[in-house]
Design a binder for this molecule. Structure first.
Ligand code: BJW
Ligand code: ZN
Length: 258
């Protein structure tokens, strides 16, 4: 996958961005790849190489083997804490200086958009930093037992909920679970109200998030797609920019406002 550093941004995309008052950015794992966080579908490396993500990211997996699933998420949470936002995240935060309203709708469970300085962020699939009870859904604010974490390579017993004594689970949305209703409603509304949508670093395979792009297309929004690879979203895009987020996003923004 070679990045096209010499990519030219089409004039129609620059003009449409310049005159937009309300922009939505839909992001996926690809935007965090340049921070060293594996994308969802390459995530099964190292300790986890023998598992498919789809087999771990489900409530059934947690019920079957909660120590393995909790251990996997704890490892990922601690890894994210060692990573920094990259120039793609920063470019999106900069967009807020030029455009009246920028809403970042992210499928990512990391906090790199927040740390880069974006301030209107909707986490469709939850995040790694708000564990909650599997049974009563109460947020859990306790401390993780790091000694226990170190004593085992990949398995870790989840904490116990102080309210109902159920097991604490990661604050993410697994396959087969509904997205948080208020966040989903806000995301739909943001797409309905926007002038232009930028899609960055998502394979477009996971629904209902991927459906937001079809919705934008139906409402005749201007769609810019940024990804080094072809995806199902390309067919809806008015402008496909093939390359990495860290290369294309700063280029797009400086083409519009340099
Ligand atoms: C770069 C780059 C660089 C690389 N720069 N780019 C309708 C049709 C079909 C199926 C369904 C449907 N509706 C619902 C479903 C079922 C299911 C689903 O979508 N399944 C599909 C796999 C077929 N959806 C659900 O279950 C959802 N719930 C739901 O619909 O509730 C209603 C319901 C309830 C009960 C029964 C039925 C319906 C919930 C989905 C939750 C997804 N959760 C996960 C895990 C989160 C926790 C965790 O992280 O462990 O979210 S799955 C995983 O995929 C994660 C991601 O957010 C999500 C999307 O992945 P993403 O971000 O696109 O990453 P990748 O890895 O796929 O792609 C990376 C891209 O980056 C690639 O394109 C690269 O080329 C690119 N890239 N480097 C720019 N430098
Ligand atoms: Zn509980």
């Amino acid at each position: 996958m070679s990045d096209k550093n010499d990519i030219t941004i089409p004039v129609h995309a620059i003009r449409r961005l310049q005159c937009s008052e309300n922009v939505v950015v839909l992001t996926g794992a690809g935007i965090s790849a340049e921070s060293g966080i594996p994308t969802f579908r390459d995530a099964m490396t190292g300790l986890w190489e023998n598992y498919r993500a789809e087999e771990l990211a489900t409530p059934e997996a947690f019920l079957r083997d909660r120590n393995m699933v909790w251990g996997w998420y704890e490892q990922r949470r601690r890894e994210v804490m060692t990573k920094q936002p990259n120039i793609g995240h920063s470019a999106l935060a900069t967009l807020g200086k030029y455009i009246n309203e920028v809403t970042v709708i992210t499928q990512n469970v990391d906090d790199l958009h927040e740390r880069a300085g974006s301030n209107r962020i909707l986490h469709l699939h939850g995040n790694l930093f708000t564990p909650r009870c599997f049974d009563c859904d109460q947020l859990w604010n306790g401390m993780i037992d790091y000694q226990a974490a170190q004593s085992s390579n990949k398995e870790l017993s989840p904490p116990i909920c102080p309210h109902c004594h159920g097991f604490v689970r990661p604050g993410v949305v697994w396959f087969g679970e509904f997205l948080p209703e208020d966040i989903w409603r806000k995301a739909e509304r943001a797409v309905k109200n926007c002038d232009l949508i930028i899609i960055v670093g998502t394979s477009g395979l996971v629904y209902p998030a991927a459906g937001l792009v079809a919705m934008a297309n139906q409402d005749e929004k201007y769609i810019i797609q940024i990804n080094p690879r072809e995806t199902d979203h390309d067919k809806f895009a008015d402008c496909v920019l093939r390359g990495s987020a860290g290369t294309i996003l700063p280029k797009l923004i400086s083409a519009a406002w340099a």
